[in-house]
Design a protein around this ligand. Structure first.
Ligand code: AMP
Length: 331
């Protein structure tokens, strides 16, 4: 049976990109596969080295995981730092990861451009920590968004390199997974390529956003002066807005606004009003569950402890075997 692993950084509230790129698939996969889903709090320090409150950010993501339908009885839900074996595998993988290949990673280049004052070593070795997270459970499938494709390629490189170097057939080479469909990328509302919590808060709609906040964000979404000729191709920001319509609104609504666009009669204000209401209808049940769960400290503690125990059992086994393969022995 294929083992599934995936994680989300604890740098803030979850947004619609996280939901459609990853969590929606977590919920489906937990029904059929052994799944490990974790909150990546070690990872969050690469960009937020002194978080205002690490603990409450982790709790927020746990609450939102559960609100989205992750079931701690079916999947193993855990906090990355509760499983220190991950840090040991990270160290061991770093011995065989080359600086050149890490420097060529697109997300590293992007991060040094956006955070030039904090180019730390862990940012460079982000792909080895991500690889350790995944292969510590000997995963086969990783439900992620399109933005993680390159990291996953590196995970395969590190897994197969380990096998080759130590002459074993130990780690599977994990693949990105989205039920046979293309990997998803949810764009930003700011006209950008990707909805993201770290780069621009206005680009993202969070699962915990109230209807008022959603209306405000959608009305502020980047558009342009409108098409000047019939059937004109849509610029990126407009393409993004139509992608949202496709996801959240009915086919009739999409066709209606698409026809208006093609006839140069579109009024973006009307489109945005409709889109905001459709997003609110989708988001409201999630937000209500978040509200209901967020103060249930006893339950959240129980879930995290149960997850840590199960995840450590699997991780400790891998570390024992990896140590054996490399040649570590007790005196
Ligand atoms: P992160 O928020 O960067 O920790 O990402 C956690 C998960 O959400 C990963 O599987 C990402 O691929 C996915 N994800 C993040 N942003 C997006 C987006 N805009 N579209 C699709 N998936 C996304």
């Amino acid at each position: 049976m294929d083992i599934v692993v995936s994680g989300i950084r604890s740098t803030g509230n979850l947004h619609l990109g996280n939901y459609f790129g990853a969590i929606r698939n977590f919920v489906k996969m937990q029904e059929e596969n052994p799944c490990y889903f974790f909150i990546a709090d070690y990872h969050s320090l690469t960009t937020h080295p002194t978080p205002a409150d690490l603990h409450s950010s982790v709790k927020t993501v746990l609450v939102e995981f559960l609100a989205c339908g992750l079931d701690p009885e079916k999947a193993t839900l855990y906090v990355q730092s509760d499983v220190p074996e991950v840090a040991e595998l990270y160290l061991l993988l770093n011995m065989n990861a080359y600086v050149g290949e890490l420097e060529r990673c697109t997300s590293f280049k992007e991060k040094i451009r956006t955070h030039p004052n904090n180019v730390n070593a862990a940012l460079l070795t982000y792909p080895t920590l991500m690889a350790a997270d995944i292969i510590i459970h000997k995963a086969h499938k990783v439900p992620v968004g399109k933005d993680q494709e390159q990291h996953l390629e590196m995970t395969r490189t590190f897994a197969s390199r380990f096998n080759r170097m130590y002459n074993v057939d130990y780690f599977p080479e994990p693949v990105a997974y989205n039920f046979g469909e293309d990997l998803v990328k949810i764009p930003g509302l700011d006209g950008g390529q990707k909805m993201s919590k770290s780069d621009n808060e206005n680009s993202a709609i969070f699962l915990a956003d109230s209807p008022e906040v959603i209306r405000k964000k959608v009305m502020k979404a980047v558009t342009d002066a409108g098409p000047t000729e019939p059937n004109q191709p849509k610029p990126l920001a407009i393409e993004n807005i139509f992608q949202f319509l496709k996801i959240f609104s009915s086919t009739d609504t999409y066709t209606h606004f698409n026809d208006l666009y093609n006839r140069c009669e579109i009024r973006y204000g009307d489109l945005k009003k409709q889109l905001a209401e459709d997003i609110i209808v989708f988001n409201n049940p999630l937000r209500e569950k978040i509200e209901a769960l967020k103060n249930d400290t006893d339950y959240l503690g129980k879930v995290a402890r149960m997850g840590a125990e199960k995840a450590r059992e699997s991780a400790a086994k891998t570390i024992r075997e990896v140590r054996e393969i490399i040649g570590f022995r007790s005196m």
